[in-house]
Write a protein that binds this ligand. Structure first.
Ligand code: ATP
Ligand code: MG
Length: 325
């Protein structure tokens, strides 16, 4: 058996004129969480559906634990589970009734199905809700029962397609805990997300995709390192001084200073590896220059680059304009 859970090369899916997936190469190590990060319409769901054998690729190859999705779809299907697809939750049944029913369909005897259902409800914080009809669940509870249903039979690979979109922070954290439990049990998780911090929290490696193409790949640390050391956020007492502050900071840091949404804030990236100074020294120098220029700073913070910044840096890169020019 390969130590790659998923391997694709040149994977393509075309819908009419849209190249939804446009030559994607992925190598997902077994036993890890792999993040596929991209905005609306990037091609995430299309890629996942091909890997789960629900859509036929138009080009390239995809293998799941060495099994080709086109030539050996049954072998692939035995190993994968896709939340929200194979798990058909009946809204009129209670949480426990759903899980017991699905367990019975998988061939478990009733006591075993019941035990597994209880175990999953408890692991997912749904024990109290287990006796209620699913149609009365909140969005977060619904997402959790969907995931529970998709791992009744522990899959080798679980596809979670935007498992936390639209959830509040607490529900997101609960889903994250669930993902960690699933991976600890040996399942490889391919997680698509639009939330950069989600990939950062959960994934060992991340592929950033845009317009059907992988535009960056690596560990969260690799991706962050590629955009520099971090950033400094500054809030001024007087918004009238912002233009001057922008000039002073740009000079001190040698980087572009962006204006924040409110009239007193500014953000600047702190330079990358070319300098021996650490992020804190750079920031201290900028703050001291501001003070010398008579600009009052009410508040400041240092931030690690977020994956948001990574994504913006990657996608704002003028390759599209260059290509058009
Ligand atoms: N069945 C289909 N028929 C035609 N076009 C499609 C179909 N499915 C997807 N597309 C198009 O393919 C592109 C990729 O869509 P996809 O759903 O894979 O994106 P996504 O990354 O999952 O986006 P989101 O974050 O919004 O879920 C989009 O332009 C979409 O409109
Ligand atoms: Mg999608």
């Amino acid at each position: 058996m390969s130590d790659l859970a998923i391997e694709t090369s040149g994977l393509v899916k075309v819908f009419g004129k849209t190249r939804a997936v446009d030559g994607v190469d992925l190598a997902v190590p077994a036993g890890t969480v792999y993040g596929v990060l991209g905005p609306n319409g990037a091609g995430k769901t299309t890629a996942v559906r091909m890997l789960a054998t629900l859509l036929r690729p138009d080009g390239g190859q995809a293998r799941v634990f060495g099994h080709d999705v086109l030539r050996e779809p049954d072998a692939v299907r035995q190993r994968v589970s896709l939340t929200g697809q194979y798990a058909s939750i009946d809204e009129d049944l209670t949480g426990i009734e759903n899980l017991v029913l699905l367990g019975r369909l998988l061939g478990h005897r009733k006591p075993a199905a019941r035990r597994r259902a209880d175990q999953l409800l408890e692991a997912f914080g749904l024990t109290d809700a287990g006796g209620r009809q699913v149609k009365n669940y909140s969005g977060g509870m619904r997402r959790r029962i969907d995931i529970a249903a998709s791992i009744l039979r522990t899959p080798d690979v679980l596809f979670l397609d935007e498992p936390t979109t639209g959830l509040d922070p607490r529900s997101r954290n609960q889903v994250w805990d669930i993902v960690r439990i699933i991976v600890a049990q040996g399942t490889t998780v391919l997680l698509t997300t639009q939330y950069l911090d989600e990939a950062d929290h959960l994934a060992g490696r991340i592929a950033v995709i845009d317009h059907g193409k992988v535009i960056a790949e690596g560990t969260p640390g690799d991706l962050k390192a590629s955009v520099g050391a971090g950033s400094i956020h500054v809030r001024l007492r007087d918004g009238a001084q912002r233009a001057e502050a922008q000039r002073v900071m740009a000079r001190a840091l040698g980087s572009t200073v962006e204006l924040g949404g409110d009239p007193v804030s500014l953000t600047a990236r702190i330079g990358g590896g070319e300098s021996d100074l650490g992020a804190a020294e750079h920031a201290a120098r900028a703050l001291s220059d501001l003070a010398q220029a008579g600009i009052t700073v009410d508040d400041f913070s240092l931030g690690q680059p977020s994956l948001d910044e990574v994504f913006l840096a990657l996608t704002d890169h003028p390759t599209e304009e260059e290509a058009a020019a």
